[in-house]
Ligand binder design. Sequence first.
Ligand code: FPP
Length: 317
Amino acid sequence: MTGMPQWLKKLGKSTAHSPQKSATKVAQEARNMGEIPAYNDVGDVTEDFLADTGKRIDTRGPHMDSCFAGHDFSSPPPAIPKKFLPQHIALVMDGNGRWAQQRGLPRTEGHRRGEAVLLEVCRACLEAEIPWLSAYAFSTENWSRSTDEVRFLMSFSRDVIRWQRDELHRLGVRIRWAGRRPKLWPSVIKEIEAAEELTKNNTNMTLVLCINYGGRAEIADAARQLAAAALEQRIDPRGITEETLSKLMYVADMPDVDLFLRPSGEKRTSNFLLWQSAYAEMVYQDVLFPDFDRQNLWAALTEYAERDRRFGGVKNG
Ligand code: FPP
């Protein structure tokens, strides 16, 4: 048993001598011993801090309609047969900061413009009859940004959800949230839960807002639940399958990602929907998200339709 970490020894001991002890308690004790990093122990940008200082953030800012000159808000979707269209698009809304900096504006101006672009992408997906869209709004890694930017992004996420949920509801969009609860500002959770409740019966499309989301965190959270269930003898570890894990992802009924779309010129997944994107087609585009419009989405759908998807098999084999 030498070399075994203390927390594992403790886990073994506790299950041997006190089988009733909950897995959560064991994990908490291990965390107290400093051997499992707490998953919400970094960063200090809490909502309480804002409340304490009485500082308000103006997330609305100046109206920016004039910036959208030349933006395609109206062209119809390409005539692609339904069976060649993706059922689920994962969208990385990247390039907001660069877009703003290129114009000598604060990075937050890029995020502001991103709000309108996201709404437009939703409308376009509805027109193209794409049933699932997941948007990466705030990652578990984004807490490492400057305190001011994190504060803005939290306040902005909360406000965007409040501003847009009635319009999304009118469009028949079901809103879901994917992400971790710890650390996320309570007001953001409150607004997103209200949006989920308001739109829960809508069937035209599902929009998943990924806020305080990380693909590895999501898989780790599922593993933690499974480990707890096994410790408490509610499941048999030998019976765990991919299906079991899928059901423990943040949005249990989320289908696999077909099209993973990332504007901004970066070519990486950045920890987004790792589990669900196992066989996604990757499309990377050289446009910053605030400049993204229907032409880009239609181009991505066309590129996707031309891909040869084999899912590890052999065609005509
Ligand atoms: C990444 O660009 C973008 C974000 C971290 C935020 C995206 C958020 C929105 C568009 C607002 C929508 C909000 C909700 C709740 C739906 P970046 O800052 O990494 O850009 P850079 O790579 O150019 O620095």
